[in-house]
Design a protein around this ligand. Structure first.
Ligand SMILES: Nc1ncnc2c1ncn2[C@@H]1O[C@H](COP(=O)(O)OP(=O)(O)O)[C@@H](O)[C@H]1O
Ligand SMILES: CC(=O)OP(=O)(O)O
Ligand SMILES: [Mg+2]
Length: 399
């Protein structure tokens, strides 16, 4: 079964085409800077053990235009892998917020789309482009089944004491205000890989998804028990453009004393805060360069970003009453040795001891970066949200 997976972000689309159940991708790629003057598609085709990469630059006005361009590449005479869009039998979509209703992969219906739209106010950077991706794919691949896999689904196993907020009960019972948690597809995928690697079915793990958005999860026996994002993807860690944990009174102060309205607050905390607010950059590579150049704001931002992670590691050690492994993943977690070193510093009382040389080494596969005799493993596990989505789609549709 040919399954095309679309992971629409606020300004990018990642995609992969799988022939399931084989799992090896026929092609994959990313469209970056959608909506800006100069967008770019990096498209890779895998054939007979070789990799062929092409880059295309053009302006993509919106996600629809970007997906049209990807479709052209898929059927291109030279770089394509399909003769006809009809060869795609299913399209799997990452959708960030699924509320309490969705804990499994789900076939798209009009009602499912309405629910994704209803939840858009809770994930304003994500659900709208996710829904647009579904609508465009329905037009480009009219014969394919459309399936959605939600970021929130994996965290539906959290116990009530972890997912409730201490506000009056009716706010949960009538308005469903609670912790949902996000990046679940990624936390699930890397937790399974780490559990297999450790050979211990009830392994106690702390998974750290450090990308543009950042979140951590406490996972035991493959089940999420706790996670750092909350009602929306704004809570918890310091992120590229989001503040993470903040005293809600700061909002009242800005409203009452500084005249902010809700839209301005949303923009401030979702798009102008985090590493961007602290350094002027949201991309960790730029912040790393600034730090190397001796910029004190970059140094403080790195210190704050990794200090927040260390606090959560301590808390999640308590949630799990012990720990088998820390698992780093996503763009920063997989690539930035300095973040890993600073996040693991001064945690030797917990048995967390990083091997500096192994941490600096570069590789694209699962690897161990703790010192040999450390009681707790520190793993780097490349995430693959698209493969996890393809697996769940195939599991749903194969019969
Ligand atoms: N080699 C690298 N060193 C440091 N950071 C990196 C590297 N490669 C990617 N990143 C960072 O990863 C982040 C993007 O991660 P990613 O998981 O792709 O995020 P998202 O899926 O949210 O767009 C960016 O902050 C980027 O700077
Ligand atoms: C939920 C979320 O923050 O996703 P991303 O990291 O892709 O922005
Ligand atoms: Mg991501």
């Amino acid at each position: 079964m040919n399954i095309f997976v679309i992971n629409s972000g606020s300004s990018s689309i990642k995609y992969q085409l799988f022939q399931m159940p084989g799992e090896s991708p026929l092609c994959n790629g990313i469209v970056e800077r959608i909506g800006q003057e100069r967008g770019e598609i990096t498209h890779k085709v895998y054939r007979n053990g070789t990799e062929d990469e092409t880059k295309t630059t053009a302006a993509f006005a919106d996600h629809g235009a970007a997906l049209e361009a990807v479709m052209q590449l898929l059927t291109d005479a030279q770089h394509g892998v399909l003769h006809d869009p009809g060869e795609i039998e299913a399209v799997g979509h990452r959708v960030v917020h699924g509320g309490e209703r969705f804990s499994e992969a789900t076939v798209v219906t009009e009602e499912v789309k309405q629910e994704i739209e209803r939840l858009a106010s809770l994930a304003p950077l994500h659900n709208p482009p996710n829904l647009l991706g579904i609508r465009v794919a329905e037009q480009i691949f009219p014969r394919a089944q459309q399936v959605v896999v939600f970021d929130t689904a994996f965290h539906q196993t959290m116990p009530e004491r972890a997912f409730r907020y201490a506000i009056p009960n009716e706010f949960y019972r009538q308005q469903h205000i609670r912790v949902y948690g996000f990046h679940g597809t990624s936390h699930k995928y890397v937790a399974e890989r780490a559990t297999d690697y450790l050979g211990k079915a009830d392994a106690r793990l702390i998974t750290l998804h450090l990308g543009n958005g950042c979140s951590m999860a406490a996972v035991r026996g493959g089940k999420s028990l706790e996670t750092s994002m909350g009602f929306t993807p704004m809570n918890g860690l310091v992120m590229g453009t989001r503040c993470g944990d903040i005293d809600p009174s700061v909002l009242f102060y800005l409203i009452n004393d500084r005249g902010y309205d809700p839209e301005q607050l949303n923009t401030l905390l979702n798009k102008q805060s985090g590493m961007l607010g602290l350094t002027g950059h949201s991309d960790m590579r730029d912040i790393a360069r600034a730090m190397d150049d001796g910029n004190p704001e970059a140094a403080l931002a790195y210190a704050m970003y990794t200090y927040r992670i260390r606090k959560y590691i301590g808390a999640y050690g308590a949630v799990l009453n012990g720990l088998d492994a820390l698992v780093f993943t996503a763009g920063v977690g997989e690539n930035d040795a300095r973040t890993r070193a600073m996040a693991c510093a001064d945690l030797d009382f917990l048995g967390i001891r990083l091997d500096a040389a192994k941490n600096e080494a570069r590789a694209r596969h699962l690897r161990e970066i703790n010192v040999p005799d450390a009681p707790i493993k520190i793993l780097v596990v490349p995430t693959n949200e698209e493969l996890e989505i393809a697996r769940q789609c195939f599991g749903l549709l194969k019969d």
